[in-house]
Write a protein that binds this ligand. Structure first.
Ligand code: 5GP
Ligand code: MN
Length: 333
């Protein structure tokens, strides 16, 4: 897995100007892995910028370096200039350029070395060094090992581990899925080094505003549909819902998991009529691949049991299409 890391280490022999990028709608793993890597590289004297296509949810504001993150939606020129000046570009937690919107064009134009570290399926050949492995729970778990390749004397471990724990915790649904002996060994090492995991769970998971539960209640009471013959559960949010509940980034996080609590649901979908696009989140149990469904029909992807995509159709048409194609993936096995 890490054979080529020797060459990346050579690139980092001199202090460099480095950009670290992650995907739009950044989640705990996107932030955790990028911030941890930034802290690590800064401790070696590199000048590091974190660049994200869109804003992150407020419950990640406590993380280190967040106030320095360059957001393309807010500062497009600064983001592009930064990438152009970079001598090395890291791409974390994504594996195709359409995940970073217009920044993909700037990245594509750069002839500087690019390093991808990612755990999603079907990586595209968009980097010079590709560390891609779907057996990892999260990119944060991969960054833990990547950093370990540089030796034992890591500075800033406290802050770095807070970030990596955040990424591993959120991408495993608080150690519910994608766990492994490796994950628990890594957490044990962090714990021994003083990690306050309960504090991070409180900061990320138990810090929602009141409106979160109001929105959740609305989703479950008014917007939930169950299709028993497909063991399918669906929540769709209309444009009006976005207005009346003032839904912002991160507010819909976790809602889909309530559908997965049902014994009679094997596939769950959250279809969101966001202001500019229809966004889909899908989850499945067992052998049903929502990754293939999102890849084939909604210009998306992710993991076998957790994927996302987008649709240019209206909300009703998108739901109709989803119901039409779903049986092919449910009964494929
Ligand atoms: P979520 O449903 O939590 O937004 O995302 C679940 C998984 O699907 C994540 O691993 C995420 O990276 C991936 N994903 C979400 N939306 C998209 C998308 O539009 N395109 C691709 N390729 N992956 C996505
Ligand atoms: Mn991830």
């Amino acid at each position: 897995m890490w054979q080529e890391v020797v060459k990346v280490k050579e690139l980092l022999n001199l202090p460099r100007h480095i950009s670290i990028l992650s995907h739009r709608n950044p989640d705990g793993d996107a932030l955790g892995s990028t911030i941890a890597l930034a802290l690590f590289l800064q401790s070696y004297g590199h000048k590091v910028n974190i660049i994200l296509p869109s804003e992150y949810p407020v419950y990640f504001e406590w993380m280190p370096l967040t106030e320095e993150i360059i957001i393309f939606d807010i500062s497009p020129n600064q983001a592009e200039a930064c990438i152009k000046q970079s001598e090395i570009i890291f791409m974390l937690d994504f594996n195709s350029l359409d995940r970073i919107d217009k920044l993909g064009i700037t990245v594509n134009q750069s002839n500087k070395p690019k390093v991808m570290i990612d755990h999603h399926m079907d990586p595209e050949p968009i980097a010079d060094f590709i560390f891609s492995d779907t057996t990892y729970s999260s990119t944060s778990e991969m960054i833990f090992e990547f950093i370990g390749e540089f030796g034992e004397n890591i500075k800033n471990t406290k802050l770095i581990y807070d970030c990596l724990y955040t990424g591993i915790m959120t991408d495993t649904g608080s150690f519910h899925h994608n766990t492994s002996a490796r994950v628990f060994k890594i957490i044990a090492i962090m714990k021994e080094a003083g990690l306050d995991d309960t504090r991070i769970q409180e900061l990320v998971l138990n810090s929602q505003p009141d409106k979160y539960l109001k929105l959740l209640g609305h989703c479950l009471h008014n917007r939930m549909e169950l299709v028993p013959e497909l063991k399918f559960g669906l929540i769709s949010l209309t444009r009006e819902d976005y207005k009346s509940f003032e839904i912002q980034r991160g507010d819909t996080e976790g809602i889909i998991n309530y559908l997965m609590m049902l014994k009679n649901v094997n596939v769950a979908a959250l279809v969101m009529n966001q202001p500019n696009i229809i966004k889909l989140s899908l989850r499945s149990k067992g052998n049903i691949s929502v990754q293939e469904l999102c890849r084939d029909h909604f210009n998306g992807g992710g993991h076998k049991n957790a994927s996302g995509g987008a649709s240019k159709l209206g909300l009703d048409e998108t739901v109709k299409k989803l119901k039409e194609v779903l049986p092919f993936y449910i009964f494929a096995n």
